[in-house]
Design a protein around this ligand. Structure first.
Ligand SMILES: NC(=[NH2+])NCCC[C@H](N)C(=O)O
Length: 407
């Protein structure tokens, strides 16, 4: 059955990709709340949008069809009942202080058309946006009180479409995110894969109702047979158990999951911040994971029981063994310099997006790593990122492949 999804590798020619153009949610970032909202500074929206438009155009120039998250969500609102269901669940997850606030936000949203409503859900709702109710003076003072100025938090990380859900083969895993702020984003994925006519037939490999966290930056489709998943700051072992059991037992092609144990730190938040695939036998890596990395090899035995064995060694040898490669090229971030690796990994020098075998999108700012890629025979498309980088994500983070050619 056609599911609208076909993603069997990291490097097959990219045909269709999901992006989110940063919106007013970035104008609702405040210094005192940056940490909770997972940002390290406040991007200048106009420039961030210009940089993101350059990213989208770079993909279009390469023949990739770009679709935007807001369009998929709006096209999922196929009836007034579905729209109401989204509003109801959105309000439940908005951490509203009381019933009156819920009514005020519901009234505010009810006055908007579908597109404006979804945009407001993404951007966050300022208390000053809400029309004052009632004839009491106290109702009109609420906006003047000290205190938290938002009725509903913004979702500033939405432009990192890699993470809330992930396409794997012809299906999708919809995630439970490590943080509350990002878990709200996965509600849009639920509605797309439940109601959007293009995608509602996609098999589910994971669901946002799960109890343990899984994020898409930790999932790499290394081949039609092999998935890599990071055990990271954001993704728990229990989640990988569940994902591996479902994918290996229900998909028609995947045979193995490699669970890589990586440092649990903010700068190494996902596997794709330290490791991405740029060609059939070439990878970018952070020097810290080149050797003595531990991987758990997960396969189903004859009785469909999961069999797990632990391997520790050089990443190169692990990849050769499990991908059946005679040789592997590992391209170190920052050309292996401790200083340049630290600097460029922080601005996602390892976080490349392959648009075809040996052809990747990178940030111009990571010039040391970019030079390594070119010296290894990789064709790079460098895009500006002065503002986009402030969210701590790169070209791979900012994209979710919907259709790729097989590798
Ligand atoms: N796949 C990735 N590396 N995503 C990066 C996401 C960055 C975002 N600020 C967060 O902390 O979640």
């Amino acid at each position: 059955m056609e599911t609208g999804i076909h993603n069997t590798s990291e490097i097959g020619r990219l045909r269709k990709v999901l992006l989110h153009r940063p919106g007013q949610e970035l104008e609702n970032l405040m210094p005192e709340y940056l940490e909770r909202l997972l940002f390290d500074d406040i991007p200048y929206l106009k420039e961030a949008q210009a940089e993101h438009d350059a990213f989208a155009q770079c993909l279009r120039d390469a023949g990739v069809e770009v679709v935007y998250l807001i369009d998929l969500v709006v096209n999922s609102l196929t009836s007034p009942e579905v729209r109401q269901e989204l509003v109801t669940q959105f309000l439940k997850e908005a951490d509203l202080p009381d019933e009156a606030a819920g009514k005020a936000v519901a009234e505010y949203l009810s006055e908007l058309d579908d597109r404006a409503m979804v945009s407001a859900m993404m951007a966050g709702i300022r208390r000053s946006d809400l029309r004052k109710q009632g004839g009491r003076l106290s109702d009109h003072l609420s906006g003047l009180e000290e205190g938290y100025p938002f009725a509903v938090d913004p979702m500033p990380n939405l432009y990192f479409t890699r993470d809330p859900f992930a396409t794997i083969g012809t299906g999708v895993s919809i995630h439970k995110m490590h943080t509350v702020t990002r878990n709200r984003e996965t509600l849009f994925g639920r509605f797309i894969f439940e109601h959007n006519p293009w995608y509602q037939n996609a098999p589910r490999w994971y669901d946002r109702s799960a109890s343990s966290s899984l994020e898409g930056g930790d999932i790499l489709v290394l081949s039609p047979q092999v998935l890599a998943v990071g055990i990271s700051q954001r993704t728990e072992g229990d989640s990988i158990d569940q994902l591996a059991q479902t994918v290996l037992s229900q998909s028609k092609t995947f045979q193995k999951v490699l669970a890589f144990n990586i440092p649990k730190s903010r700068s190494f938040m996902h596997l794709d911040t330290v490791f991405t695939m740029v060609d059939r036998d070439k990878f970018t890596v952070h020097p810290n994971i080149l050797s003595d990395i531990t991987v758990f090899v997960m396969e189903l035995g004859e009785n469909q029981q999961m069999q797990i064995r632990q391997e520790t060694g050089r990443l190169e040898d692990i990849l050769k063994e499990h991908l059946g490669l005679s040789q592997v090229t590992l391209i170190p971030c920052g050309q292996g310099s401790v200083i340049d690796a630290a600097r460029e990994q922080w601005s996602d020098g390892s976080n490349t997006l392959a648009i075809a075998p040996g052809e990747v999108v990178v940030y111009t700012r990571n010039h040391v790593t970019n030079r390594s890629l070119e010296e290894a025979g990789i064709r790079i498309h460098a895009i500006p990122s002065a503002e986009l980088s402030r969210g701590r994500g790169g070209p791979r983070c900012m994209s979710m492949p919907l259709i790729r050619d097989d590798p």
